[in-house]
Design a binder for this molecule. Structure first.
Ligand code: ADP
Length: 343
């Protein structure tokens, strides 16, 4: 698809370049041959009127000013015209040759960002359909198996419905995350931005993860300086919900999660640190990739998720012109560090 578009664009570039070049050549041809004829006629005039040179008589400037019959050698004029035409033809041929390469190269460069965007969208659709397919297949299989059961009782139906509901909930989580990721990917810095108190953002995020932390008897300690950020309230709250939710999800009962911050000039460095299962070295470079789940969380059923949270988090940080990084040690804990602009 893109090779065809690239060739078409190259042809359009060539058409424009050649149209300009040929127009210029015509102007040059007409102008130079006319000038040459004029000079020849002046020369002839001077030869026929030698007194005009001696008396320093003003020579005629225009063709029309030269009295007839001053007719320069027609064969000489024709030969010069042919030579000029050949020269211009050669120049145009060279322009055509070089602009074909340049046009093809430029067409490639013009189309590259569009190609990358389309490739990215295709990858997104493939990944999303793959992830959607797994819970849907399990839902379908459970229903089919139970439908074939001749001793299907109300009790069994209730159990089936409860399990179906779990699958549906999980599908809803996936679809919500996909929508969020897509929304943030489409935003190009055009979010509503205001001055926000960091503590307020973290309190809002805490409200959303408190229940889960209480369930696992996990303490969340927050120690922040009073500082204002410049950013979008909803997305920054979402960022800390993702990090706190992961910190709680990937920690064993009774552990502690710490959130702290340090101010540097116009920046604030915020860390979210847990004492959880950690991330293996080989997984670390990929954890911000869409749908990536570290081996440990993929194999264990108690850590549910789709590997979208951290890609959303990274996108939010990027939209705020900030950075996010991670340090981790297996079975010791994980520390996420975020650098954001202060107000
Ligand atoms: P998920 O929904 O799987 O948690 P994320 O994108 O939030 O998706 O995280 C990607 C992967 O990174 C997780 O599957 C997990 O393996 C790892 N991870 C993220 N945060 C932590 C953490 N605090 N401790 C341990 N592993 C983590």
């Amino acid at each position: 698809m893109f090779t065809k578009a690239r060739l078409k664009l190259t042809v359009w570039y060539l058409f424009i370049i050649m149209a300009v070049s040929i127009s210029f050549s015509v102007v040059i041809y007409v102008g130079s041959t006319r000038e040459f004829t004029r000079v020849l006629r002046i020369e002839d005039y001077r030869l026929q009127h030698p007194q005009s040179i001696q008396q320093n008589v003003q020579l005629p400037v225009w063709d029309q000013d030269i009295p007839l019959p001053v007719i320069p050698n027609p064969a000489l004029i024709q030969a010069t015209k042919t030579r000029v035409a050949e020269g211009l033809f050669l120049i145009n041929l060279m322009i055509l040759f070089f602009s074909s390469f340049a046009g093809y190269f430029l067409a490639g460069r013009t189309l590259r960002p569009i190609k990358e965007m389309v490739d990215e969208q295709n990858r997104f659709i493939t990944d999303a359909s793959h992830e959607l397919n797994t819970p849907l297949t399990s839902l379908k299989t459970a229903i089919e198996v139970n439908l074939r059961d001749k001793n299907f009782t109300i009790e069994k139906a209730k159990k089936l419905m409860a399990s179906n509901l779990e699958d549906v909930n999980s599908l809803q989580v996936l679809s919500d995350e996909l929508i969020k990721l897509n929304q943030y990917q489409r935003l190009n810095g055009n979010m509503s931005i205001s001055k926000l108190l960091l503590q307020k953002i973290l309190n809002q995020a805490l409200e959303k993860v408190n229940a889960q932390a209480k369930n696992k008897k996990i303490k969340i300690l927050i120690n922040l300086p009073r500082v204002n950020l410049i950013g979008n309230e909803k997305s920054l709250t979402e960022l800390f919900v993702i990090l706190l939710d992961n910190a709680v999800k990937y920690s064993k009962q009774g552990k502690t999660v710490k959130v702290s911050a340090k101010k540097y000039d116009s920046k604030i460095q915020i860390t979210v640190e847990d004492q959880g299962i950690g991330i293996a070295k080989e997984d670390l470079p990929f954890i911000f990739d869409r749908f990536y789940r570290a081996e440990k969380s993929r194999t264990k059923n108690d850590y549910q998720g789709y590997g979208l949270g951290l890609s959303i988090a990274k996108r939010i940080v990027t939209l705020h012109n900030g950075t996010i990084s991670v340090e981790s040690e297996t079975n010791k804990g994980t520390k996420f560090t975020i650098l954001l602009n202060t107000a």
